[in-house]
Design a protein around this ligand. Structure first.
Ligand code: NAP
Length: 251
């Protein structure tokens, strides 16, 4: 129970990697609050918590709703841990073809909302003397992929925000990580497969990894054992990281 006594906020915790992170954090002893936009999905995720149900809370809140996120951040004296997980892949399409509003919405969810959540969390963490922020990154943060201009630009911006948080607050007890979860079997990868536009969309579903792997890695990053890696962009495919988390080696 290495996270006993800690409180955590997971954005976009109703499905996929976020839900796996909620489970792993709760299993490690943290009290976890998660968000999602769809009330039915939030309720279903809560029902699936089993014995951890008493320590997990779900809130319907769009991560781009600053007022709603402020209300969340203010509950219970703020959070010790923030998992900036909520993200969207679309619009999928070449630059000349995508709608400007869809492109801007992607940046709003994947980058600007992550900034809002980080700002609110940091203010609370500074009062507590520290905390942990994990920003969900991607290989797309570091290389272009056909049809993903908004996603690549947003994740690249988020990777710089990770470094910026470390630069400004790493010396004040705030440990921040960028974490690329690999290619994971979630709804997002279903949408990517349906698009057929780039090599990622052609990865067979059976080659995708289960969400519980990044979920466990995220919980591990929140423990003091990961402190020496703070400020970095980490990738779950790194054999040393997998070994530290206790994940099996990749084939
Ligand atoms: N799957 C992969 O292979 C992969 C690879 C690299 C990086 N990632 C990153 O990992 C994170 C999670 O991905 P995933 O594959 O688990 O995605 P997913 O299956 O599509 O789940 C996304 C989660 O975020 C929530 N969400 C989306 N927009 C939101 C908003 N505006 N406000 C609040 N919640 C919102 C969704 O719930 P609602 O829709 O109900 O709001 C859902 O709970 C993302 O940041 C993604 O970019 C994933």
């Amino acid at each position: 129970m290495t996270l006993a006594g800690r409180t955590a906020l997971v954005t976009g915790g109703s499905r996929g990697i976020g839900l796996a992170a909620v489970r792993a954090l709760a299993a490690a002893g943290a009290r976890v609050t998660f968000t999602g936009r769809d009330g039915a999905a939030v309720a279903a995720a809560l029902e699936g918590q089993g014995s951890a149900a008493g320590t997990v809370e779900g809130r319907v809140c769009d991560v781009t709703d600053r007022a709603g996120m402020e209300r969340l951040a203010g509950t219970g004296g703020g959070f010790d841990i923030l998992i900036n997980n909520a993200g969207i892949i679309g619009p999928i399409g070449r630059i000349a073809e995508v709608a400007v509003a869809d492109w801007a919405r992607n940046i709003e969810v994947n980058l600007i909302a992550a900034f809002h959540a980080a700002q609110l969390a940091i203010r609370g963490m500074l009062q507590k003397g520290g905390g942990v922020i994990v920003n969900l990154s991607s290989g797309a943060a570091h290389r272009p992929l056909e049809g993903w201009s908004a996603y690549c630009a947003g994740k690249a911006g988020l990777a710089m925000l990770t470094r910026q948080i470390h630069e400004e607050y790493g010396g004040q007890g705030i440990r921040v990580f960028g974490f690329a979860p690999g290619v994971v079997d979630t709804d997002m990868q279903g949408a990517i497969r349906a698009s057929g536009i780039n090599p990622v969309s052609r990865i067979p579903r059976e080659n995708l990894r289960p969400a519980d792997e990044p979920g466990r890695a995220i919980a591990w990053l929140c423990t003091p054992a990961a402190a020496g890696l703070a400020g970095q962009e980490l990738d779950i495919r790194d054999p040393a990281l997998r070994a530290a988390v206790g994940l099996e080696a990749l084939p």
